[in-house]
Design a protein around this ligand. Structure first.
Ligand SMILES: [Zn+2]
Ligand SMILES: [Zn+2]
Length: 393
């Protein structure tokens, strides 16, 4: 089995790419410099490159040295966060208010490294598709790519994604059978009462008191309605209402997010929230309206494909360093849209300790360069395993 040596030449090159990307973070659908650099490198490796899918997405194909019936896709995300970086190292962000705080710079560098290596060796049968996706952070770039015909245009049979995971030891992988990341929905609740003098509350209908009741009441959906063996979260994260000491406002709003691991749970949360919002407000003489929007579905691995990923990870680091079925994350991930279209799996690669601000979306976060070769090797081995050369031909 071939592999990319840690601290070898390609590892150093990946580190340079990664640090250059880190210094020049670009957010959703504005990844122009990043996409141009990715496309230029892929072209220089000899891949067939298509740009402009979902605005700034880049897709490249590579044929193995043997014909084969299958095509698998490997996906990296390229976008950065709206976050002010607080690191002071040489490669810290040069773009004010933007930061690679989720390690997508590392994901891009690892997949580029794998593409370079595989283009030089082409020791597989069939075709590989490299997907460099824009706008993972809240803007559903993966969905846009699917809508623009990604899987049909490139005839893809299965798709794989990888995310770095702070808190998981460097040199380790985590592979889930089934749910790995939660769905993300967002909501706004508008409570319309009847504003009045705060010294004479009986003259109106106070939406702030109703908002207070709702905040508590909505938590009973997860604790009393949802099956305790299922997971769900309702978090109210914003409250707004009134701007004076002596005025009962006319309306108040509550906003937040829901998380779940199945569409059934999403349906249950939404329906019960709507019932409570409308009925509780009505009971107090106000009008309650729920605007509930589904942003990302839950990311659910296909067991056959997660087992393949675990096998490949075992071959790289040994099964004792491949965590199977850790608790899934209540964070969300738009790779979910790709897994709704095609079978595949999304795995985690250890980024080392999350202590000292090294967690995802923290202003002190940085991708761990020591794992670049390991991540690229995972892609190489997965390609060689899924698209194995038939030596009898
Ligand atoms: Zn993120
Ligand atoms: Zn991320």
């Amino acid at each position: 089995m071939s592999f990319i040596p840690t601290e070898g030449e390609l590892h150093q090159t990946m580190r340079q790419w990664r640090r250059d990307l880190h210094a020049h973070p670009e957010t959703a659908f504005e990844e122009h410099r990043t996409a141009a650099k990715v496309a230029e490198l892929l072209t220089s490796f000899g891949l067939d490159v298509t740009t402009g899918i979902a605005e700034t997405g880049v897709v490249a194909t590579l044929k193995g040295k043997q014909e084969g019936p299958n095509t698998i896709a490997l996906r990296a995300d390229m976008d950065a966060l709206h976050l002010e970086e607080l690191n002071a190292f040489d490669h810290c962000s040069k773009h004010k208010g933007k930061m690679h705080g989720c390690g997508h710079d590392g994901h891009t560098a690892m997949l580029l490294g794998a593409a370079k290596y595989l283009a030089e060796h082409r020791d597989f049968a069939g075709s590989l598709v490299f997907i460099f996706q824009p706008a993972e952070e809240g803007e559903a770039g993966a969905k846009r790519m699917c809508e623009e015909g990604l899987f049909e245009r490139f005839n893809i049979d299965a798709v794989y994604g990888m995310h770095n995971w702070p808190g998981l030891e460097e040199g380790h992988f985590a592979v889930h059978d089934g749910p790995v990341m939660a769905s993300m929905d967002v909501f706004d609740i508008k409570i319309t009462g009847n504003g009045c003098h705060a010294g004479m509350p009986h003259m109106g209908v106070d939406p702030v008191v109703i908002a207070g009741q709702l905040i508590t009441s909505l938590q009973s959906i997860v604790s009393r309605v949802l099956n305790p063996l299922e997971s769900g979260v309702i978090s109210i994260t914003k409250m707004q209402g009134g701007d004076a000491y002596n005025v009962v406002p006319d309306s108040a709003t509550l906003s937040g997010t829901c998380r779940a691991f199945s569409k059934q749970t999403q349906d249950l949360l939404e329906a019960n929230m709507r019932q409570q919002v409308e009925n509780l407000c009505q009971a107090y003489g106000a009008v309650g309206e729920l605007d509930y929007r589904r942003v990302y579905p839950s990311t659910i691995n296909d067991k056959e494909h997660s087992e393949t990923c675990a096998l490949v990870a075992n071959s790289l680091v040994g099964s004792e360093k491949v965590e199977r079925n850790l608790d899934p994350s209540m964070g969300a991930e738009d790779f979910a849209f790709m897994l709704e279209q095609k079978p595949g799996a999304y795995i985690w690669i250890g980024n080392g300790s999350a202590e000292g601000g090294r967690g995802l979306h923290n202003p002190y976060y940085d991708f761990n360069d020591k794992v670049l070769a390991l991540g690229a090797n995972f892609w190489v081995q997965l390609a060689q395993h899924k698209l194995a050369i038939n030596s009898e031909l």
